[in-house]
Design a protein around this ligand. Structure first.
Ligand SMILES: Nc1ncnc2c1ncn2[C@@H]1O[C@H](COP(=O)(O)OP(=O)(O)OP(=O)(O)O)[C@@H](O)[C@H]1O
Length: 325
């Protein structure tokens, strides 16, 4: 669960699409990335979740071979990555935060242009462009200059360009920042479809809902360091795994609190006038017994609210600050 250096395997790392080992990158006095290690397996979606300035873009710039690492290494399909390396870059599709499309060309013309740059020709190019237009939901808008597109449509096309050559590993850097809800959903659905087809994906975001929905494993990054990594459930267990239940209503909350504390599921009970705050284990299972006990010990309930920990709680627990400042 906690961060450990990942050793490339005897097979040259090929059981993983990507092995990132102890990466460090400094800008002057600032250490933007400070010993980050993680792996991504075939078909896995790995989320890098952290606030602005955490070091996500710097990390993936080194993963994509755009930026030299000061220390550490990146191995893609068993090949060492770096700014001067060509072979490992063929496995990657990088979708940067900044748009790289020609505004006077249509979506199809942009895809044809970038497809040719990537070495696609003839029937293969035509069929890939058609598939990518479909996947990004732009088939109906394939004609007409892209300068007329919404921000979300431009971003979908940007993703499409990264997919043309069928990369083994797709890297998406905050692909939903500033897009409308409809495009956001279309982007998330496309990523799910690609992962279902077996593509490995790195997805950076500061939206915890996106990480929760898409990612098989999540690395929580702050101040250039991976604070923890694991599945959503593994990360949530780091918070102690306790849930909160708030009972509202009239009656004797102090007596109800005493009775509730005798239940195995209730760890803490704080009575206030008209409210009772409970810290409990496994709220969905425990709630029925809690309601019965509170009612039979003198509370008349008007409302019951359950809140469970999420990745925001994990981030708060690990760093003492909110994910979205
Ligand atoms: N070329 C650079 N020169 C100097 N400092 C840089 C450079 N690139 C990044 N930084 C600094 O490194 C730190 C990490 O930045 P980075 O862009 O990797 O974070 P991020 O998690 O991707 O944030 P965001 O969500 O805002 O994109 C920040 O403090 C940033 O200001």
């Amino acid at each position: 669960m906690t961060q450990t250096a990942v050793q490339p395997t005897a097979t040259g790392g090929q059981e993983f699409v990507l092995v990132v080992d102890s990466l460090v990158r400094r800008f002057g006095d600032l250490t933007a990335v400070d010993g980050v290690s993680f792996t991504v397996a075939p078909g896995e979606t790995y989320g890098l979740l952290g606030p602005n300035g955490a070091g996500k873009t710097t990390t993936i710039s080194m993963v994509a071979g755009l930026l030299e690492a000061d220390e550490g290494s990146v191995t893609v399909m068993g090949q060492q990555m770096g700014p001067k390396k060509v072979a490992p870059k063929r496995h990657l599709g990088l979708v940067p935060q900044d748009l790289a499309i020609y505004p006077d060309l249509s979506a199809r013309e942009n895809l044809n242009f970038f497809g040719k740059l990537q070495g696609l020709t003839g029937g293969e190019l035509k069929s890939r462009v058609g598939q990518v237009l479909e996947l990004t939901g732009l088939t109906d808008r394939a004609k007409g200059p892209t300068k007329d597109f919404s921000g979300g449509m431009k971003r979908r096309l940007n993703i499409g360009i990264g997919l043309l050559h069928k990369p083994t590993l797709l890297i998406l850097d905050e692909p939903t920042v500033g897009v409308d809800p409809q495009s956001r959903n279309a982007i998330l659905e496309s990523v799910e479809a690609l992962a279902d087809e077996g593509m490995a994906v790195i997805y950076t975001t500061h939206y915890m809902e996106e990480a929760e929905r898409l990612c098989d494993r999540i690395g929580i990054i702050d101040s250039g360091t991976l604070q923890a990594e694991g599945t959503r459930d593994e990360l949530i267990r780091l918070t102690g795994g306790v849930d909160n239940i708030e009972l509202s209503g009239s009656g004797d909350t102090t007596t109800a609190a005493e009775a509730l504390l005798r239940l195995d599921s209730v760890a803490q009970a704080n009575p206030e006038r008209g409210h009772l705050q409970l810290t409990v284990h496994d709220a969905p299972t425990a709630v029925a017994q809690i309601v019965t006990t509170a009612t039979s010990s003198g509370m008349q309930l008007s409302d019951v609210q359950i809140s469970r920990p999420n990745l925001e709680s994990v981030f708060l627990h690990l760093t003492g600050k909110a994910l979205r400042d």
